[in-house]
Design a protein around this ligand. Structure first.
Ligand SMILES: Nc1ncnc2c1ncn2[C@@H]1O[C@H](COP(=O)(O)OP(=O)(O)OP(=O)(O)O)[C@@H](O)[C@H]1O
Ligand SMILES: [Mg+2]
Length: 496
């Protein structure tokens, strides 16, 4: 109390008989604590002031905890109504991250999802405090085994709280290194579960400024929040899957219609072409060496051969060939196909990188057709590289990999052809599997390669799909392992 306040206090005491206020007291060691001071006026022979000061540290903490609880419950309630009302799950996730990050006074809140193959993860939603750097670009396709300690805990549905990154134990060294490189002092990581399986996590950076997260009652609402977001993500995935299947069905129907048409037309064209070719060859032989006609006839032969090639493709597109299914090793098919095209790659100065797993089970397939698919993908990759780098360039590389992936709990083999040409623009990407869609000059492409390949992989119960960005363009052939499980020891763990 300051001396100048004394008169004022006396006046209030005279009027009400007592006075209460809150202030801060200092201990001998210099530390402070909150107090509630009560002054009572006691009238005896004289007026006395009786003052008591009560340490209210605990009470303030309890009040703060209650206010926090109400605040986070409010956020949970708002978030769930937001998800119920909105179609745009992404926007609702962004809003929820911003709310919780503000509550935690966190510098960054990131939502990281594990990809379908279960081997890599990417940050897909984020909120950053002003001045904090975004991780959307740098946290992309990171291998899961880059953070083993944290992932293990998350897989057991545990929340990971690191109050001080600097004193993380040695066994969490991988995580510590990354967090320190990003300048993060503390983190709180909450597992994101979809159907009780780890689908990703939400990470709040630098959370310790005014709260420690050890108490369960603080964490329960955060778990609830993660559950709500998990459910929303599940719903979005189901929606995406439905529209993907609808798209596939539409594409399949389109392919079938064009296939029927193509086979009809191709048969009709085949006979006249043979006749034209024969007659043109006769003319070529009959006319003298000097005659201009000989040149014309030669051109007829060349052009007709080109048409014959297209007709052959059309027939193959309509898939008239009747090869039988038999067990084959995909890496062997890859190697076979490469021997066919190796000379061409050498001429174009294209290097090939191979990463083929040796212990893969065989796949029941029409190997000639799978070879055709690979050939189409390799030819496309070569065209893209030659287009981007007309002469030698050290980036002229095609990488082919073949390995196991788990899709919806089943074992598949993924073969990937990757090249570093120019990225496929989104408007082209939506059409590449359409028959006769090509961006190449007329003499180079008919636009049937991918449509045929797509149909072949589809017939095998698999999926041919593509992704393209600045870094690379990748085509993936996913084929299912017959009994849904990989055969050998170490692989079993991965699939289970
Ligand atoms: N690796 C790739 N990089 C960039 N673009 C690609 C790649 N593969 C395919 N494309 C695009 O997809 C289009 C369609 O490919 P598709 O193989 O079906 O036909 P094409 O190669 O043009 O002709 P065809 O294969 O019949 O000779 C291509 O024209 C090209 O624009
Ligand atoms: Mg092609």
């Amino acid at each position: 109390m300051k001396p100048e306040q004394f008169g004022e206090i006396q006046k209030v005491l005279q009027k009400q008989g007592h006075l209460i206020w809150q202030g801060v007291h200092r201990r001998k060691d210099g530390s402070t604590f909150p107090v509630e001071v009560t002054i009572k006026l006691v009238r005896l022979d004289k007026n006395y002031m009786v003052t008591t000061a009560r340490d209210i540290t605990e009470r303030e903490r309890a009040e703060r905890a209650l206010a926090d609880k109400l605040a986070i419950e409010g956020i949970v309630a708002t978030t769930s109504t937001r998800f119920l009302a909105a179609d745009d799950v992404g926007r609702s996730i962004d809003a929820a991250l911003a709310d919780v990050a503000a509550f935690c006074r966190s510098t960054r809140a990131s939502l990281v999802l594990i990809d379908r193959g279960g081997t890599a993860m990417s940050c897909v939603h984020e909120w950053c405090a002003p001045g904090a750097a975004s991780h959307l670009g740098i946290f992309k396709n990171r291998p899961l085994d880059a953070m083993p300690w944290c992932l293990e805990k998350l897989k057991n549905h545990e929340i990971v709280h690191v109050p001080e990154v600097a004193s993380m134990p040695e066994y969490a060294g991988a995580e510590k290194k990354v967090l320190e490189a990003w300048g993060i002092g503390s983190v709180l990581v909450i597992p994101l579960l979809v159907r009780k399986k780890l689908a990703g996590f939400i990470r709040f950076d630098d959370v310790t400024r005014d709260r420690d997260w050890r108490r369960d009652e603080e964490l329960v609402p955060l778990r609830t929040l993660a559950d709500i977001i998990g459910m929303a993500i599940e719903r979005r995935r189901a929606d995406d899957e439905r529209s993907r299947l609808e798209g596939q069905l539409r594409h399949q129907q389109k392919l079938e219609a064009i296939g029927t048409l193509a086979s009809g037309v191709a048969h009709e064209i085949n006979n006249p072409i043979t006749a034209i070719l024969n007659f043109a060859e006769i003319i070529e032989e009959e006319v003298g060496e000097e005659s201009e006609l000989r040149d014309f006839a030669g051109r007829i032969v060349d052009e007709t051969n080109r048409v014959a090639g297209i007709v052959k493709n059309l027939l193959s597109f309509a898939r008239q060939d009747k090869e039988h299914y038999s067990p084959a090793s995909i890496p062997d098919i890859v190697r076979d196909t490469l021997t066919l095209i190796a000379a061409v790659f050498r001429k174009d100065q294209i290097a090939v990188g191979l990463d083929l797993r040796g212990d893969l089970p065989k796949i029941n397939c029409r190997s000639q057709q799978i070879r055709q698919v690979l050939m189409n993908l390799l030819t496309n990759a070569r065209d893209a590289l030659n287009d981007r780098y007309p002469s030698f360039d050290e980036r002229k590389i095609i990488n082919i990999s073949c390995g196991p992936v788990e899709i919806d709990g089943a074992a598949w083999i993924r073969t990937t052809v990757e090249n570093h040409g120019a990225a496929i623009p989104p408007e082209v990407m939506g059409r590449i599997f359409d028959p006769f869609f090509t961006t190449k000059p007329k003499e180079v492409g008919t636009g049937l390669g991918l449509a045929i390949s797509y149909g072949i992989v589809k017939d095998h119960g698999g999926l041919l799909w593509a992704e393209s960005g600045e870094a690379a363009t990748r085509f993936h052939i996913d084929l299912k392992v017959q009994n849904g499980r990989f055969a050998r020891g170490p692989m079993e763990g991965e699939v289970a």
